[in-house]
Design a protein around this ligand. Structure first.
Ligand SMILES: [Zn+2]
Length: 340
């Protein structure tokens, strides 16, 4: 069932490597990026493959010479072990990033309007020069336009007819054109994919607005001390954020630097709000909280009982916790009460 030249998710021509023990395929797809698929566990088929295709197009780790990250469904423990090896200079297992169905579903846009916004940002990212046309290959277009590539038949994902896919892709492009976000130069009879797309001034105005105010996004940066001793805390915070319907961005999984990077600042700017745990008096966490507050982002503070907080923020309403177990529920309730 695994085609050794085609991406499992989108069907593009991809580089596919068979790895033994356990048996898995490592994919490097121009649309979905780098990910692996365990044949014996078949977890990828438990994802909604349409949602997964879009998720990977937007969030995948695309091939480049210093990209070691890849998505995997291997266990969290195994991931942590490989990440540790990677940090210590052994790059043979790369830098795995665990992917769960929950990540995909939380990210996947819930409304049509939200899809339109994502597409505009995607088109913009493909096009460094304004006014130029953007040409997307077939599978990239299907993924980034949120076209449903598969349908579930008797518990199996089956690819829909090419014509149906093209109709849906074309419908979405027409919508974007009717809202004056894009131009589709020339005439299109709907029988081909790689048709030029040009963003219009109205499209750019929308993109500017979205980039400035990404508060309708779902990302939430978590600022805390990362390390072996805070693993349980990290998972408790992640769970609370997920249960409230948001995506926790834990910077050690995104970047493996221990200092504050432009990337990190960008994650804070793109977050709807920020969750900070101050239990370890971590300087980075204080800095990130300050930066978020300066941008006017809501901040939810957590702190372990009996830790004395820095004076300036001691007044702020804080979730004081005793054990990690109580965090998911309390954090979720706080998000629901103060953010939603
Ligand atoms: Zn692919």
């Amino acid at each position: 069932m695994v085609d050794n030249k085609k991406c499992f998710v989108c069907g593009s021509n991809a580089s596919v490597q068979l790895v033994m023990d356990p048996v898995k395929y490592f994919y490097d797809c121009p649309v979905c990026g780098r990910y692996e698929y365990y044949v014996m566990f078949a977890e990828l088929t438990e994802f909604n493959l349409n949602h997964l295709g879009a998720y990977l197009a937007y969030n995948g780790f695309k091939h480049n010479f210093n990209e070691y990250r890849y998505f995997t469904t291997m266990s969290k423990e195994q991931c942590d072990e490989y990440k540790k090896e990677f940090k210590n200079g052994n790059i043979s297992h790369g830098h795995p990033v665990r992917l769960e169905n929950e990540n995909v579903e939380n990210w996947y846009p819930k409304s049509f309007a939200e899809k339109v916004d994502y597409i505009l940002l995607y088109l913009n990212s493909k096009n460094p020069y304004w006014g130029e046309s953007i040409i997307l290959e077939k599978e990239e277009m299907i993924s980034c336009l949120f076209v449903d590539r598969y349908e579930l038949k008797n518990g199996k994902w089956e690819r829909r007819a090419d014509e149906a896919l093209l109709n849906q892709a074309y419908y979405m492009l027409r919508c974007l054109a009717e809202q004056k976000f894009i131009e589709l130069p020339g005439t299109w009879n709907g029988s081909e994919y790689n048709r030029p797309i040009i963003l219009t001034p109205t499209g750019y105005a929308r993109i500017d607005m979205l980039q400035k105010n990404s508060s309708n996004g779902k990302n939430v940066l978590v600022a805390m001390k990362f390390g072996e001793d805070t693993k349980i805390l990290r998972e408790a915070i992640r769970q609370g954020i997920h249960e409230a319907g948001y995506i926790a961005i834990l910077i050690d999984e995104v970047e493996h630097n221990d200092f504050i990077t432009p990337e990190l600042l960008k994650y804070i700017r793109d977050s709807k709000f920020v969750v900070v745990d101050l239990s370890h008096q971590n300087n980075g966490a204080y800095f990130e909280e300050g930066y978020a507050m300066g941008l006017g982002k809501p901040v939810i503070q957590l702190c372990k009982k009996d830790v004395r907080l820095h004076f300036d923020i001691a007044q702020k309403n804080t979730i004081i916790w005793e054990t990690e177990e109580e965090i998911p529920e309390r954090l979720k309730n706080r998000i629901k009460a103060t953010i939603d």
